[in-house]
Design a protein around this ligand. Structure first.
Ligand code: SF4
Length: 453
């Protein structure tokens, strides 16, 4: 299939061709979903016939018979399990959208006689800032909580789990859909800032794993993968500048390109050229708003002027920028919206990709506890009691700010020509793993034959 060939074999994607190829693949997924009435399958998501917020319903669906995953477990996973014969299989769930596959996988592993442990950031979020960990545990008693430094059922001695992490043996054999291998890795768990009032991760302790742990991990990457010019995706909640600076020589030494999420602080402008020279293809920057007073109110600790400098300096240095804006914070005024419009106008075509998200209030966080101080009226949940709940419905001044925020995106932000261009360029499918491969004039390609920066 030419679309698949393009996505598998192009080390650099031309934006229009990428859109076309992934659109074709997504249509094939839609066709495939016709085999499973009630299921909706796209390249980004898999929606089961019942709400994914209700684990007891999901487990019933998976028990009833064939799911879109069944053939995959039988044909691909079973031979791998038979080859490696593991004592314990660890299943990691990061997003709610993975819960259905996770439940189906655990049922399959149980039937096949394997011992299973389930963990991951979804379970931790549900236990800390949402509601529903017990609901998941009632159908997956193998669930366990942790901060990622250890894993129940896995003995790493006195060392943190991460220091024993190796490159997954079988990943080379799979058709991982990307023109270059993308390797997820983290330099830290928790967040060094840890002050935002609506942080979904606030109770996680910060742990930074530096140079030594990373070098050991790199040494486990097989040469067949290294030959394909891989990209490291640092998946830290917010990468600590000093830890990143510490591994830049290693990244250069191994000729590894990378991208990551960073708070748009002063160190980015200071390091921009060195980041580029060390293989930085893209920074995901949470600028969130152009209104300093709004950001200060929620203790975001970022400043629009500094964010703007970080964005423009990255672009100047040839680093792609993926800017995250957060709309509909409680109390956001028309002036705040106009400040964000001016911010984006000033950033202009330094913004390569953009995401507008609309604020959700975590069920449990400092802002929810102190809601009345911020003029927030908490509403009752509108979902049944046996539902997973990540967010709490609320109103501000009698209104739902989410409605106004969505309107502002279409009426103001997306009418800014450079924002419209960034929205068009931002791939709808595959999300960030393909972004660093999107060809943008003036931005580093990481391909040695390419002469752009
Ligand atoms: S930067 Fe993100 S992870 Fe860190 S405290 Fe703020 S919301 Fe939480």
């Amino acid at each position: 299939m030419p679309a698949m060939d393009y996505l598998l074999n192009s080390p650099l994607y031309e934006p229009q061709q990428h859109r076309t190829a992934s659109g074709i693949l997504n249509s094939s997924m839609k066709l495939f979903s016709k085999k499973f009435p009630g299921w909706k399958i796209s390249l980004m998501d898999l929606v089961p016939p019942e709400s994914v917020h209700r684990p007891s319903e999901i487990v019933n669906i998976c028990r009833e018979g064939k799911t879109p995953f069944s053939e995959f477990w039988e044909e691909y996973l079973l031979p791998v399990l038979q080859r490696y014969d593991p004592e314990n299989v660890l299943v990691s769930l990061s997003y709610l959208s993975q819960l259905t596959a996770g439940i189906d996988l655990v049922l399959f592993l149980r039937r096949a006689g394997y011992r299973v442990t389930v963990g991951g950031s979804l379970l931790n979020s549900l236990s800390r800032t949402g509601m529903g960990y017990e609901l998941v545990r009632s159908v997956l008693p193998e669930s366990s909580l942790g901060d990622g430094s250890s894993f129940q059922g896995f003995n790493s001695g006195n060392d943190p789990f991460l220091s024993r992490l190796s490159w997954p043996d079988m990943l080379e054999e799979w058709n991982y859909i990307s023109g270059r291998p993308v390797i997820p890795y983290t330099l830290s768990t928790g967040c060094y800032w840890n002050r935002c009032l609506f942080c979904p991760d606030s109770s996680r302790k910060l742990a930074v794993y530096g140079h030594e742990t990373f070098e050991r991990f790199i040494s486990t990457i097989p040469s067949t993968v290294m030959d394909k010019n891989p990209i490291i995706h640092f998946v830290d909640s917010a990468i600590p500048g000093r830890a990143l600076e510490g591994v830049l020589p290693l990244l250069r030494q191994y000729r590894l390109d990378f991208y990551t999420f960073a708070r748009p602080e002063g160190w980015i402008s200071r390091l921009a050229d060195r980041l580029n020279e060390s293989g930085c293809l893209m920074l995901q920057l949470g600028a969130e708003s152009g209104s300093r007073s709004l950001l200060d109110r929620f203790l975001k600790g970022i400043d629009p002027d500094t964010s703007l400098e970080a964005i423009t300096n990255c672009a100047r240095a040839g680093i792609r920028t993926y800017v995250y804006m957060l709309m509909g914070l409680p109390g956001e005024t028309d002036n705040d919206i106009q400040a964000s419009v001016r911010f984006l106008e000033k950033a202009g075509d330094s913004v390569d990709f953009i995401n507008f998200s609309v604020f959700n209030l975590p069920v449990n966080c400092e802002l929810t506890d102190r809601a009345s101080e911020f003029g927030i009226d908490l509403l009752d949940h509108d979902s049944p009691d046996d539902s997973i709940r990540l967010y709490r419905p609320f109103i501000y001044n009698g209104l739902n700010p989410r409605i106004k925020a969505r309107r502002a995106v279409s009426e103001y932000y997306s009418r800014i020509p450079s924002v419209a261009e960034a929205l068009k360029r931002t791939p709808r499918w595959f999300r960030t793993s393909h972004f660093p491969l999107i060809e943008i004039p003036g931005r580093k390609s990481g391909i040695s034959s390419d002469t752009s920066k």
